[in-house]
Design a protein around this ligand. Structure first.
Ligand code: BGC
Length: 334
């Protein structure tokens, strides 16, 4: 009887071993569950970023390591995103990549994820610390939490420098003042705040006099950008010399509004964006846009994925990872 039991047990062991090994005798296949929460799918830049996260993860799969990716659309609603994070926690994700809807609500979400002991990679929207202290405690104090992004000040400065490199430095009518309008992204994001501030700072630091005719938020959106620029044109017409947009989506809307008003970029107005969407790179090449700044979604998404994998492997990580912006004006293509 004892022998029979040993025999059955041995058989069961062999069976369970073969069940989880591959037929070719390789090791067990490890599948990691990755939750990716995006603030809003309907965003030109984040769409590219999201696609690249997917493609890059897939390219890193091997016979032995697979990534099961769950992407969710926050639809620009904090409640929606908070529920999605609860679901990720309930599903026991191995790592979460999070593009916050609201950086001011970072703490609540980070706390939940940390309490569930799930490693976290924040992307694209940087939560800032209190009192102008830029390092966010919720990131610094957690060895399994990090932020991957680009320094928005650099993108603003580059926009300003593109204008400074123009022969008239943006002063088309030669009256000694650059009259501009500023189309902002979501004002809650540092990207919108810093781009607005540093583009103008670059001009002022170089001794250029500036005058803001109009400033409003189009929340990163093309249609809204077109509307605002049409409003500004109706109000200020030919006085407008430079149109600064915090991103290319809004710059595409601005380009349409400028065309509708019979204005010609490079002749009687300048137009600046950020992101370097393919369409905008073409426009810069042909001169229908003055310049943009490459927001490197490839570099950022690859860094985010690489660091997520480090976390999956239990390796130590940094709290902050920065990817450079690149100035894109006509000279960039020469
Ligand atoms: C991009 C914008 C995008 C925003 C979303 C920014 O870095 O430049 O195009 O809408 O991120 O948070």
């Amino acid at each position: 009887m004892k022998k029979l039991l040993t025999f059955v047990l041995a058989l069961m062991m062999i069976f369970s071993m073969t069940a989880c090994t591959k037929p070719n005798g390789g090791d067990e296949v490890k599948t990691y569950k990755v939750g990716v929460a995006i603030y809003r799918y309907n965003d030109n830049f984040m769409t590219l970023y999201r696609e690249e996260i997917k493609n890059y993860f897939k390219s890193l799969e091997t016979d032995k390591v697979k990534y099961e990716l769950s992407f969710v659309d926050g639809k620009d609603s904090m409640d929606e995103q908070s529920n999605q994070i609860d679901t990720f926690i309930a599903q026991k994700m191995d790592v979460i990549i999070l593009n916050l809807v609201q950086t001011s609500s970072a703490e609540v979400l980070i706390d939940k994820i940390v309490a569930a002991d799930i490693p976290l990679v924040l992307i694209n929207r940087e939560p800032l610390g209190d009192d102008g202290d830029e390092s966010y405690e919720g990131i610094l104090n957690n060895p399994k939490v990090c932020y991957v992004g680009a320094d928005a000040r650099q993108s603003g400065t580059y926009q300003g420098e593109i204008v400074l490199a123009l022969e008239d430095k943006g002063d088309i009518n030669g009256d000694g003042v650059v009259n501009y309008i500023m189309i902002m992204g979501d004002v809650e994001n540092v990207d919108a705040q810093y781009r607005t501030e540093y583009s103008i700072k670059a001009l002022v630091d170089a001794g250029v006099k500036v005058n803001c005719l109009y400033q409003d938020t189009a929340i990163w959106d093309q249609t809204k950008g077109q509307e605002l620029v049409a409003n500004a044109l109706a109000q200020f017409g030919d006085q407008i010399e430079v149109v600064f947009c915090n991103n290319d989506g809004m710059a595409l809307g601005a380009a349409q509004a400028l065309r509708d008003a019979g204005r010609t970029v490079g002749v009687d107005v300048y137009l600046l964006g950020v992101d370097a969407l393919d369409e905008c790179q073409e426009m810069v090449k042909e001169g229908t846009m003055t310049g943009t700044v490459l927001n490197d979604h490839i570099g950022q998404s690859h860094t985010a994925v690489d660091v997520a994998i480090k976390l999956l492997n239990g390796e130590a990580i940094e709290n902050y990872y920065w990817v450079d912006y690149v100035k894109v004006d006509k000279a960039y293509f020469n």
